[in-house]
Design a protein around this ligand. Structure first.
Ligand code: HEM
Length: 295
């Protein structure tokens, strides 16, 4: 209630809500100070639990960041990804991009449990996921940003949205760009956000065709460095080993830096969707170079 009064007062004073770096979502305003009065410790709680989880397992930072991405691309950033199947809900956890892959749910559950003790029924799971993604980025050495808050949690999920909206690693450059555009994101967003692959892991099954048979002629991808390809073949066999893990950025897999972009210049991007940013489009190629040359 207090928040609405603040926003209404600002509007009455002729101050556009963008003074609060707000965004409209479902008719409401998001702004970083949303919980300042109702749950002043909200951001601190998220930061502490995320820090503990990442200290225990560095990869968790990557997993939490990706959770936010996979949440936002389906019905907006509404925590729909967290819902389990029940009644009419078919969980997004079952989708192709998420099955045996999306992780970090226990960390979000733990944050929510602490949050409910501190300020019951106040902080949305969607905001928790958004804050956890930011904190994970900062903890691994990446940039920080202010998170507008006040998201409302979904009461439904969309399995088809999860399957269709989230780009797949073997999608073409154009398909991936189109999927970003459908979310209101552009080519700069695509290249910059793909930079998240500077941390975290991929399973063998997500890139297997590249070191073996990229285009059906039994030959490796010719945009894949051949010594890197033979390294990949060692742990990602032609068949089997689907769940074997590989670093998305083999140079500094738990550091949020620009080596992901440097790898693309050296034809050492792991996923097809990574390497195409450098090989399939002039504008994105230039962006990759810009980020590779400048931390
Ligand atoms: C551009 C289109 C994208 C595609 C096709 C894509 C695809 C993938 C795939 C296939 C994996 C490995 C999953 C597995 O094998 O289990 C992965 C991991 C990851 N993705 Fe993406 N991704 C994209 C964009 C993004 C964006 C925009 C973000 C965040 C802003 C992101 C963050 C991550 C992170 C951090 C991981 C590692 C997760 C972990 O280690 O648990 N990705 N991605």
């Amino acid at each position: 209630m207090v928040h609405y009064i603040i926003v209404i007062t600002l509007l009455a004073l002729g101050l556009a809500p963008h003074c609060l770096s707000s965004k409209t979502v479902g008719g409401g305003y998001l702004y970083p100070q949303f919980y300042d009065h109702s749950c002043p410790k909200a951001q601190e709680i998220v930061r502490n639990v995320v820090a503990k989880a990442v200290a225990k397992e560095p990869r968790m930072a990557a997993s939490l960041l990706r959770l936010h991405f996979h949440d936002c691309f389906v019905k907006g950033c509404d925590a729909s990804i967290l819902l389990d199947s029940s009644g009419s809900i078919i969980s997004e956890k079952r989708s192709n991009p998420n099955r045996n892959s999306a992780r970090g749910f226990e960390v979000i559950d733990e944050i929510k449990a602490v949050m409910e003790k501190e300020c019951p029924h106040t902080v949305s799971c969607a905001d928790i996921v958004a804050l956890a993604a930011r904190d994970s980025t900062v903890l691994t050495g990446g940039p920080s940003w202010e998170v507008p808050l006040g998201r409302r949690d979904a009461r439904g999920a969309s399995l088809s949205g999860s399957n269709n909206n989230i780009p797949a690693p073997n999608n073409t450059f154009q398909t991936i760009l189109t999927k970003f555009k459908l979310q209101g994101l552009d080519i700069v967003d695509l290249v910059a956000l793909s930079g998240s692959h500077t941390i975290g892991n991929s399973r063998c099954t997500s890139f297997r065709q590249r070191p073996y048979n990229q285009s059906g002629n039994g030959q490796p991808d010719n945009t894949l460095d051949q010594s890197y390809a033979s390294q990949l073949r060692r742990n990602c066999p032609r068949s089997g080993g689907d769940q074997n893990l590989f670093f998305l950025d083999f140079v500094s897999p738990i550091k949020f830096d620009n080596s992901y972009f440097k790898n693309l210049l050296a034809n050492k991007g792991l996923l097809n969707s990574d390497q195409v940013l450098f090989t399939k489009n002039g504008e994105s190629r230039e962006l990759v170079k810009t980020y590779a040359y400048n931390q």
